[in-house]
Design a protein around this ligand. Structure first.
Ligand code: PBG
Length: 345
């Protein structure tokens, strides 16, 4: 590039005809060439079901999110559907917990009750049932604990599989459109797929949380779902993935495709956009990403302090997750985002 002096014409670029800024000058131009469009139909709203009636228990660390009894949960889902959000993801907080998490498959538990109520009231809503035992075990791990040969408590992978299958069948029977195992036991997708097929639920889809990291971003969720480990290993690093790894993500994704997953999830989303992009490149299956509780709480806290513009930043985050390759985004901001998107349209 020539340096400015009396005898040389200074050019901004060596190819003056190549001026990307020309395409950004007006809103109409920007809209015409925009590559990624975030839509309400890309969003999934997570909901926490509790027993009872008329119960709304706000979650302190997640402003705007509450545990809801089935009657209020149906109203929240109705609001989502009205705004164009096609799906909800259900978690349950049961009355009773035990070592095996047996309330997970209780047909009268909060998730099964919510699924039946949603099927009756909102037949076109897509219902996704999260399958994991950590909300249902008294020790807070994702499967029953076992003492290994050296006397350490560890989650029993193979004993967990039939329990997950049992919960999955219970949710399918109660009307879940999609079964979403989030436990990270090896072999669970195959076990769940076989159980669903054997029980006549061949049309139930499986959305695997194939790539799930042992993340500090789940902190507020564990308050919401009362699912922090209380006994045995102090965290979930022995079964969830190491945040330092991405080749392992490809391996986990391939295994779950092989075992029959219909869709794959990457979780968390924001700190793992590279992982979303790799999973996107690896498969033609739909890819979902979970914009998790800690991501939401950070956004809310900064917005409440007036440090960032919540609408702008929330939509920027969701657009980035979609740009990285996610078709679907599970987000606690789904209702707000759908509202903002329709205001902007
Ligand atoms: C259950 C589960 C968790 C989340 C979704 N399913 C918590 C965990 O793995 O500890 C986290 C969701 C969030 O943080 O929003 N295993």
């Amino acid at each position: 590039m020539p340096v400015a002096n009396a005898s040389v014409t200074v050019r901004a670029m060596s190819f003056p005809e190549d001026r990307p800024r020309r395409l950004r000058r007006t809103p109409a131009l920007r809209a015409m060439v925009r590559e990624t469009e975030l839509l309400p139909r890309n969003l999934v709203l997570p909901l926490f079901a509790v027993p009872g009636k008329g119960v709304r228990r706000p979650i302190g660390s997640m402003p705007g999110v509450a545990q809801l009894s089935v009657d209020l949960l149906v109203e929240e889902a109705r609001a989502a559907q009205k705004l164009g959000v096609p799906a909800v993801l259900l978690f349950g907080i049961p009355d009773t917990k035990d070592a095996n998490g047996s309330s997970a498959w209780d047909p009268d538990g909060p998730v099964c009750s919510a699924l039946r109520a949603l099927r009756d009231s909102l037949p076109d809503l897509i219902t996704i049932a999260d399958v994991c035992l950590c909300e249902y075990t008294d020790h807070g791990h994702c499967g029953p604990l076992l003492r290994d040969v050296r006397g350490h408590l560890t989650v029993a992978n193979d004993q967990t599989l039939p329990l997950l299958a049992r919960a999955s069948v219970a949710y399918a029977r109660a009307g879940a459109s999609i079964i979403a195992p989030s436990d990270m036991m090896d072999g669970r997708i195959g076990a769940i797929r076989r159980a669903l097929d054997e029980e006549g639920f061949e049309n139930s889809l499986v959305l695997s949380y194939a790539v799930k990291y042992a993340s500090g971003f789940y902190g507020p969720f564990r308050e919401a779902a009362d699912s922090s480990p209380k006994e045995g290993p102090e965290d979930r690093r022995a079964y969830q993935m190491d945040p330092a790894n991405v080749r392992e993500a490809r391996r986990e994704a391939l295994l779950d495709i092989h075992e029959g997953a219909d869709m794959l999830m990457v979780k968390p989303a924001l700190a793992y956009l590279d992982v979303i992009a790799q999973v996107r490149a690896l498969t033609d299956l739909p890819v979902a990403a979970y914009n998790v509780s800690g991501e939401y709480s950070m956004l809310k806290a900064a917005a409440q302090n007036g440090w960032i513009d919540e609408q702008r930043v929330a939509l920027e985050i969701l657009t980035s997750i979609k740009r990285a390759g996610a078709d679907l985004i599970v987000t606690y901001s789904a209702l707000d985002a759908a509202r903002w998107l329709s205001d902007l349209a």
